[in-house]
Ligand binder design. Structure first.
Ligand code: NAG
Ligand code: NAG
Ligand code: NAG
Ligand code: NAG
Ligand code: CU
Length: 140
C-alpha cells in the first residue's frame, strides 16, 4: 500500500466509525400519549409535562389511520388549528418523527374538529449541548 492509499483507507475507516458513532448517539423513542396514543380528548400538554425531550428523540405516534393523521405546522396553525399551510403530513398510523432541531415543534391532527378537541402537541427542546453519546446529561 502506498502512503496515499493508506491515508485514504484510514480516513474512510474514521468516517465509518464516526458515522456509526453518530447513529448510536441518537435519542430514544417517545411514545406520544403512552398507551392512549394519538387520540381525541387527550391533553398532550399534560403528557409533555415532566418529560424532557432531546435532539435525536423519535416521536412515535400510534393511531388509527382511518380516523387521524399528524400534521407538522407552525405556531400560528398550532394555536388556530389552521390546516392550510403545513410543514409535513404523516398518515401511516405508526409514524416515527425524528426531532432533529432545538426549538419548538408543533403537531396537530388535521381531521375536522380534532385539533380543536385537544389533538395537538407541542414539543420543546431547550438544550442542544451537553449530552453524551448515551444521551445522559453531562452538564446542565
Ligand atoms: C390535564 O391536567 C390538568 C391539571 O393537572 C387536569 O385538570 C386535566 O384534567 C388534565 N387533562 C386531561 C385530559 O387529562
Ligand atoms: C391542558 O392542561 C394544561 C395543564 O396541564 C392546561 O394549562 C390547559 O389549559 C389544558 N388544555 C385544555 C384544552 O384543557
Ligand atoms: C405560519 O404560517 C402562516 C402561513 O404561511 C403565516 O401566515 C404565519 O405568519 C406563520 N406563523 C409564524 C409564527 O411564522
Ligand atoms: C407501520 O404500519 C404499516 C402498515 O400500515 C406496516 O406495514 C409497518 O410494518 C408498520 N411499521 C412499524 C414500525 O410498526
Ligand atoms: Cu384526529
Amino acid at each position: 500500500m502506498t502512503m496515499f492509499h493508506r491515508q485514504r483507507w484510514l480516513s474512510s475507516l474514521i468516517m465509518f466509525l464516526l458515522s456509526s458513532f453518530m447513529l448510536k448517539s441518537d435519542g430514544s423513542n417517545r411514545i406520544v400519549g403512552d398507551s392512549s396514543g394519538w387520540e381525541l380528548y387527550t391533553n398532550y400538554t399534560n403528557w409533555t409535562q415532566g418529560r424532557e425531550f432531546h435532539v435525536g428523540d423519535v416521536l412515535v405516534l400510534n393511531y388509527n389511520r382511518d380516523q387521524h393523521n399528524v400534521m407538522q405546522v407552525n405556531s400560528t396553525a398550532y394555536v388556530d388549528c389552521g390546516r392550510d399551510n403545513y410543514i409535513s403530513l404523516f398518515n401511516k398510523g405508526n409514524d416515527s418523527i425524528v426531532i432533529s432541531e432545538v426549538g419548538e415543534h408543533w403537531f396537530i391532527c388535521a381531521v375536522d374538529g380534532h385539533c380543536e378537541n385537544g389533538q395537538k402537541l407541542l414539543i420543546k427542546i431547550l438544550v442542544a449541548c451537553c449530552y453524551s453519546t448515551k444521551g445522559t446529561l453531562i452538564n446542565s
